[in-house]
Design a protein around this ligand. Structure first.
Ligand code: ITT
Length: 187
């Protein structure tokens, strides 16, 4: 069983490939520069992206839209996570939280699947946690050095990709997708 994954983020793709492999699905990356919808809803962004990619490739495809939502910042950076990471980065997020007691946050991942001419389907995964006091760890990407998942003391970047992928937002969304896809493909 095989699926195309449209993403320009190679670290994200590697995680998706490893997680999907655990579910018996082989992933292949395609580089489609799809326009990202401006919306507060990651489901809407993923659905729109999946439909765009399916139409332009003429093949079934998944996209993944993810983001970090910090409670004390009313969910910021949320849908702007990629842009905020590239501009103010982890140091910028830590600065915004200086003196803030509530450091709770969550990562959300939405996987959007679509076939050419079809309607997109989405699968959402979430992991709760908190923002560290300073960046720690070398593995992973993006906000991994400042995110500590619930029940742990180490950041995702310290835990390492393998451990991260047992509990991440992305693993949870892809698990739902994989379960559905195997049934769907068998019809
Ligand atoms: P594509 O849209 O091409 O897939 P992207 O990097 O732009 O790649 P998103 O639009 O989904 O991806 O942006 C999500 C951003 O949120 C991403 O660039 C990271 O900075 C951050 N992010 C998402 N998941 C993360 C994770 O598991 N660990 C750390 N940071 C993450």
């Amino acid at each position: 069983m095989k699926i195309l994954v449209a993403t320009g983020n190679r670290a994200k793709f590697r995680e998706m490939r490893d997680i999907l492999r655990e579910h018996g699905i082989e992933a292949e990356r395609v580089d489609v520069d799809y326009p990202e919808l401006q919306s507060d809803s990651p489901e809407e962004i993923a659905a729109h992206g999946a439909r765009y990619c399916a139409e332009s490739l003429g093949k079934p495809v998944i996209v993944e839209d993810s983001g970090l939502f910090v409670d004390a910042l009313n969910g910021f950076p949320g849908p702007y996570s990629a842009y905020v990471y590239e501009t103010i980065g982890n140091e910028g997020i830590l600065r915004l939280l200086e003196g803030e007691e509530d450091r709770s946050a969550r990562f959300i991942s939405v996987v959007g699947y679509c076939e050419p001419g079809g309607k997109p389907v989405t699968f959402t995964g979430e992991v709760r946690g908190r923002i560290a006091e300073e960046p720690r760890g070398e593995e992973g990407f993006g906000y991994d050095p400042i995110f500590i998942p619930e029940g742990r003391e180490k950041t995702f970047a310290e835990l390492g990709v393998e451990e991260k992928c047992k509990m991440s937002h992305r693993a949870r969304a892809l698990e739902k997708f994989a379960r559905w896809f195997k049934r769907h493909a068998g019809r």
